[in-house]
Design a protein around this ligand. Structure first.
Ligand SMILES: [Zn+2]
Length: 423
């Protein structure tokens, strides 16, 4: 007997409905299933997807917006200053309460794989040790990856090199750097060498904050890619943001694309945050803020999306919904073709799984862990257009969250009529 059967769901691109049979936390069969199970769920013809992947968020900073004050200029620099003030009074309980609440929001919204950055500029490393603890607590139902991130610079901030190594020893999943934030170009390059050296020493992945500024001279993506290639870490390396790429001359960008392809690194864009953080120094015309997302994808570079911030000094809005990030990507990257819109869903599912290096265990196929979500739409296109919440979220074979789809009625006549946003 199976543990769970999710009946009548639609896999992407399929005309017909299928059942998904689960036993011992593993998908054991798909198709029409005649077996019985301890529990059955009616999939209602919904679209079934593997869970959303959050490729880039900061669980240590979430839900702090407005404390000690709001970021009135909206700039990254003011955001860093406000966060630094908040960080000086950080406690374990505070980090835990905020991060746990956002993890609940994420689960309800179908996110079961999360890569979070944690700032190690705090001499006490309070957030780091709290999130490492939380990673274990949530591991039965949520896969949390932790990146040690030196927000104030690896070399520019005294003690951060030592703390990066301490984080590596403490069991983080990846190491970070922020080369464009160092005092000089040379220090930026050296910070990347340090980061890659430690990643090799401890067998970890690398996730660099790369060229997150409106400066066409910020050229650390090439250094990151070159080190990914020479170290052999390749697909274990991710560059987040890379917004300066949108400002480079085309001749240089084309050369860089070849290097990115050879290096096989991943690029993560954060369209919500990039759209408000970048272009702050522009008068008119104002830049769109996002990296060359569509062009990277067309060139065969793995690109995925992050929500990045939720109610922080860097971004005042957000619920964590990955479809919001996809929706914004469609707009900022001019990805309005039908296939392009559907592709943005891949950027928050399968492509995110590639960034996190979890592809082997990811996907709705027999033999893989039973992690899946169902959305009350019939296509990825409508998932982006309507951004519905998940009807069911299943983690390791267990129903962990559900949302009743909302219904709207028109009340012009005696008996109200149901209005659906489908063609
Ligand atoms: Zn970020």
């Amino acid at each position: 007997m199976l543990d769970l059967i999710v009946r009548r769901v639609r896999l992407p691109g399929s005309e017909c409905l299928t059942d998904i049979g689960i036993a011992d936390g593993i998908i054991v069969k798909t198709g029409e299933i005649s077996d019985s199970a301890r529990r059955e769920l009616d999939g209602c013809g919904d679209l079934a997807l593997p869970p959303f992947v959050e490729s880039h968020i900061h669980l240590d900073t979430v839900l702090t917006a407005g404390v000690p004050r709001w970021n009135e200029s909206g700039t990254l620099l003011e955001g860093v200053r406000i966060w630094s003030e908040y960080q000086s009074g950080l406690t374990r309980k505070d980090v835990l309460d905020r991060a746990q609440k956002v993890i609940e929001w994420q689960m309800v919204q179908g996110i079961l794989h999360v890569r979070t950055h944690v700032d190690i500029s705090d001499p006490n490393l309070t957030a780091l040790y709290t999130l490492l603890e939380l990673r274990e607590t949530v591991s039965p139902y949520m896969n949390l990856q932790i990146v040690a991130f030196p927000q104030e610079g690896l070399l520019a901030c005294p003690g951060n090199q030592e703390r990066l190594e301490e984080a590596a020893r403490s069991g983080v999943d990846a190491l970070g750097a922020i080369p464009h934030y160092e005092h000089t170009r040379e220090m930026g390059v050296e910070s990347l060498r340090t980061c890659f050296g430690l990643a090799e020493k401890y067998g970890l992945m690398v996730n660099v904050f790369c060229d997150e500024m409106d400066d066409d001279q910020s050229r650390f993506l090439e250094v990151t890619a070159a080190l990914a290639l020479s170290s052999g870490l390749k697909a274990k390396v991710t560059a987040s943001h890379a917004v300066a790429l949108s400002l480079y001359p085309d001749a240089y960008a084309v050369k860089l694309f070849h290097l990115l392809q050879r290096a096989e690194i991943n690029v993560v864009a954060c369209p919500l945050v990039n759209s408000v953080m970048q272009g702050r120094f522009d008068r008119f015309p104002k830049s769109r803020g996002i990296t060359r997302l569509k062009e990277l994808w067309e060139a065969g570079v793995n690109v995925s999306l992050g929500h990045d911030d939720i109610l922080t000094p860097f971004y005042p809005l957000g619920t964590g919904n990955m479809l919001h990030a996809a929706y914004m990507a469609v707009h900022l990257a001019h990805m309005t073709g039908y296939a392009e819109i559907e592709e943005t869903v891949n950027m928050v599912t399968t492509r995110g799984a590639k960034t996190l290096q979890i592809e082997e265990k990811y996907g709705i196929e027999p033999g893989k862990p039973a992690n899946l979500i169902t959305l009350p739409v019939t296509s990825k296109f409508d998932a982006v257009r309507l951004q519905p919440k998940c009807r069911y979220v299943i983690s390791n074979g267990r129903l962990v969250a559900r949302t009743w789809p909302e219904t709207s009625e028109l009340c012009l006549h005696e008996s109200p009529s149901l209005v659906e946003f489908h063609r």
